[in-house]
Design a protein around this ligand. Structure first.
Ligand code: 3HC
Length: 311
């Protein structure tokens, strides 16, 4: 029997059928390891998850210019100054590629920057620590950019193609950043004075644990990991990346002649990987909640640069 309600239900049912079909096509593409382009249909939660991660990443690149920018005018030689200038400019470029990738998901750069300036958006915990000496610049290159590469190479295979494409160039530039940092430290360790070697060790002592925190909370306390891994946004878990970073860094520390500040750092033959001591997750939570050594200073510097740069 015909009723008027049937007329109004039909478009809703057709829409529901279309939504299911789109979702199935999306899932099949993800399951096959394929890529999603900006013009493709995607679930709203996938879009929001990407925006959350890309926003955090883009802001990290921009705020990350500050601790090292602090040393451009005090670099020890013209060569080191030119290298540092290029590196800091690269980070600005990375931020711009990432803001552009986020724009393809419907959020403008202005909206993202407003969220950063109002304290509503996150950026990496690592940039809330101070750069006290020139050795800090080398250690940021070696450890911080080294950790960033470990985290970001798998993002070149992220299921969202505009983000993945941005990451290819970013990773190439990050490799130069890591090498220049290691080279600066090697010079200080092999050709420097005892005081310079101490400076390097002191910087390693201060940056080691915060570098390990860059990979995010342990897998069993990471609220976003399961879905991000399911959707191919993240390809390798936080703990696994942290473990790979430690394994890659230990031999580099030996060549450099520095000690990593973890007495529990030992090779585990059975796991073919290093065991490490406990990470201070309370400190991590404090820093991402806005209470690290430099959070207020960093945000104030960004807001000032924005206000003073207004056209
Ligand atoms: N600093 C600040 N916030 C962090 C963090 C860190 N080190 N690690 C995790 N968080 C935040 C997450 O953003 C998330 O917050 P939200 O839910 O409010 O967005 C929360 O803590 C829970 O963490 P999860 O593990 O569940 O979050 P994710 O699944 O997003 O994983 C991540 C965290 C591994 C950092 C991931 O977002 C990621 O791979 N991001 C892309 C790379 C990136 O952001 N790198 C920044 C490093 S610095 C950099 O690239 C600059 C270079 O020049 C050195």
């Amino acid at each position: 029997m015909y009723t008027q309600a049937m007329d109004t239900m039909a478009p809703i049912q057709a829409q529901a059928g279309e939504d299911v079909a789109r979702q199935q096509r999306f899932d099949q593409r993800i399951d096959a390891g394929g890529f999603i382009e900006a013009k493709d249909w995607m679930p709203e939660h996938y879009r929001k998850t990407l925006l959350r991660q890309i926003s955090q990443h883009a802001h990290s690149e921009i705020v990350g210019m500050l601790p090292e920018g602090n040393w451009i005018s005090r670099a020890p030689t013209l060569k080191r100054k030119a290298i540092l200038l290029a590196k800091v400019q690269d980070e600005g470029g990375h931020g711009l590629y990432l803001y552009a990738a986020a724009e393809t998901l419907g959020t403008s750069r202005d909206q993202m920057l407003a969220a950063l300036h109002e304290g509503r958006a996150k950026y990496s915990s690592i940039f809330n620590y101070p750069t006290l000496t020139w050795a800090d610049v080398g250690v940021i290159g070696w450890l911080v950019d080294g950790a960033a590469i470990m985290n970001q190479v798998p993002l070149c295979r992220c299921s969202y193609a505009p983000y993945a494409r941005a990451m290819v160039r970013i990773c190439r530039e990050e490799s130069f950043h890591q090498r220049q940092g290691y080279d600066a430290l090697l010079t200080m360790m092999q050709q420097g004075s005892a005081a310079q070697r101490e400076m390097v060790q002191d910087a390693v002592d201060r940056w080691w644990w915060p570098s390990l925190m860059m990979f995010g909370p342990p897998d069993d306390q990471s609220p976003n990991s399961a879905l991000s891994m399911r959707w191919g946004i993240k390809r390798i878990s936080n703990d696994e990346l942290r473990r790979k970073f430690i394994d890659a860094t230990v031999p580099q520390a030996k060549v450099l002649g520095v000690t990593l500040p973890d007495p529990e750092l030992t090779w585990n033959e059975a796991r073919q990987s290093h065991d490490h001591g406990p990470i201070d997750w309370d400190e991590f939570r404090r820093v991402i909640a806005g209470d690290g050594p430099c959070n207020r200073e960093r945000l104030a510097a960004r807001v000032r640069a924005w206000d003073e740069g207004a056209w």
